[in-house]
Design a protein. Structure first.
Length: 476
């Protein structure tokens, strides 16, 4: 596989193109000069709109005939259905003799001539990757970037820039259904921003020890002249950081023992704080992002960019003030309804917990109503049943959506009824099998003065569009 072909445009076919990372790769390959085709059987927002906006069209079902005869490269995603046994298009790909790569293998090739800045962690990596790339862009550094989510400020979640830096969101999840190597281990980092390492993906990493192992390998890959910036207080990070052979710098929300931290935090619709280094104020920061986790994300991103003077503190502050975050990461869906509606990405316990904690912090007097979809294998795994005991502690009422059907007979999965019965022990909960049923329940229980959280990593049955319409129509 090569990058740009100046004499003849090369063609790549992406199977599973509607994954957040795969859609970003599709745009990036096209910027490298490739012609893109693809396929997927389940595409929902914001990826569906993102691909349409970028004029990347694809087959809506998996069929062997989808693969063009003259394609040079096939990239296959990691979705559970993308196996030779279950998918005729994947079968055809492996039988074709055409070069096959996983997403991270392709990304490693595209980024090999750049200075790789890898953002990793069990949560927070999409926001930090977007913020680091945004700051470099606003400072005139023209970076390349790859973000595994849809940023609000950039037109694209990936881009080939002229600058020397390539900002890469690094994922610990396996690379492909035929390659259990963590995705970020295919990359070649010069610097790593390590945000978190809470035990996640328990269907893949059954023990905390197995989860930490790829992170240790990642930081060990950083060259001696590189940089590791890590969260000083995050679980497991201190142990992992010891494997780095390069300069290591810690950061935290407000721990004065950290190299970098925040002071004088003033919460609001616009939150402000002083970014400090070694006990001294570096610059005052203003941000529209909500929550302590985002203040900590900003501190970590600042340490990553300022420790080696990649940009100036003033450039950093100006960029942060204009940064709006990532779609579905506590994203305000409407400004017209009386009831604020926020959509949060809840693929794990920690990610969902952050959504509810943040809304409680900024809206302490409001009653929180949640619509929750247990979409990932982690939420559906029997070993995660304990998560439901306190995840909704700050939530008054929950509308529970059904888990998806893919992989339901694998990974020791819970049924919809089992999840419902567990949640019912701790909070008021309603089952909704369809979008229509969820809307009817919501209309019945929502009250003026409430705040609504839509939490999932899946489609939410289309509720991210229909709920704002319902509340606006109902004058709520």
């Amino acid at each position: 596989m090569k990058g740009k072909n100046k004499t003849k445009k090369q063609k790549a076919h992406l199977i599973g193109i509607c994954g957040a990372g795969m859609s970003a790769l599709a745009v990036l390959l096209r910027e490298f000069g490739w012609k893109i085709t693809g396929s997927d059987s389940n595409c929902y927002e914001p990826i569906a709109g993102y691909l349409e906006k970028n004029k990347i069209f694809f087959a809506k079902t998996y069929k062997a005939k989808n693969i063009p005869r003259n394609v040079n490269l096939i990239v296959i995603g990691k979705h559970a259905d993308l196996t030779r046994k279950n998918n005729e298009e994947v079968r055809r790909a492996f039988d074709s003799g055409i070069e096959i790569k996983s997403l991270p293998e392709t990304l490693a090739i595209l980024s090999k001539n750049k200075r790789n800045l890898v953002i990793a962690g069990s949560f927070g990596k999409s926001t930090c990757a977007a913020l680091v790339a945004w700051c470099l862009s606003k400072a005139g550094k023209n970076p390349s970037y790859f973000i595994g989510a849809v940023p609000i400020d950039f037109n694209k979640s990936s881009h080939l820039g002229r600058g020397k830096d390539f900002v890469l969101e690094g994922d610990e999840y396996p690379s492909a259904n035929w390659d259990n190597t963590s995705k970020f281990l295919h990359l070649n980092p010069f610097g790593v921003l390590l945000i978190s390492a809470e035990h996640d993906h328990i269907n893949i990493f059954p023990t905390e020890k197995s989860y930490k192992k790829p992170y240790k390998k990642l930081v060990a890959k950083i060259p001696k002249n590189g940089l590791l910036v890590y969260s000083h207080e995050a679980k497991n990070i201190g142990e992992i950081a010891k494997y780095a052979k390069c300069k290591s710098v810690g950061y935290s929300l407000n721990n004065k023992r950290s190299n970098w931290h925040a002071q004088n935090i003033k919460y609001g619709i616009t939150t402000s704080f002083d970014l400090t280094h070694g006990g001294r104020k570096v610059v005052n920061i203003k941000t529209k992002l909500l929550g302590n986790h985002n203040i900590e994300n900003i501190v970590g991103s600042g340490a990553f960019l300022l420790e080696n003077k990649t940009i100036t503190p003033q450039d950093f502050a100006r960029a942060v003030a204009t940064f709006h975050g990532i779609k579905r990461r506590i994203e305000l869906l409407t400004k017209n309804s009386v009831i604020p509606i926020y959509e949060g990405f809840g693929s794990s316990y920690e990610k969902a917990r952050v959504v509810f904690d943040t809304l409680k912090l900024h809206f302490p007097k409001k009653r929180i109503v949640a619509v929750f979809e247990p979409h990932t294998f982690s939420w559906r795994n029997r070993g995660a049943l304990k998560w439901y005991k306190n995840i909704f502690n700050d939530v008054a009422e929950v509308i529970l959506l059904p888990p998806p059907s893919h992989g339901k007979n694998t990974h020791n999965q819970l049924t919809f009824n089992e999840i419902y019965n567990e949640v019912k022990k701790y909070t008021g909960v309603y089952k909704a099998h369809t979008e229509k049923e969820a809307l009817a329940t919501l209309k019945r229980i929502i009250k003026k003065g409430d705040i609504l959280a839509l939490v999932s990593s899946g489609s939410l049955l289309g509720l991210s569009k229909s709920v704002p319409r319902l509340l606006h129509k109902s004058n709520l």
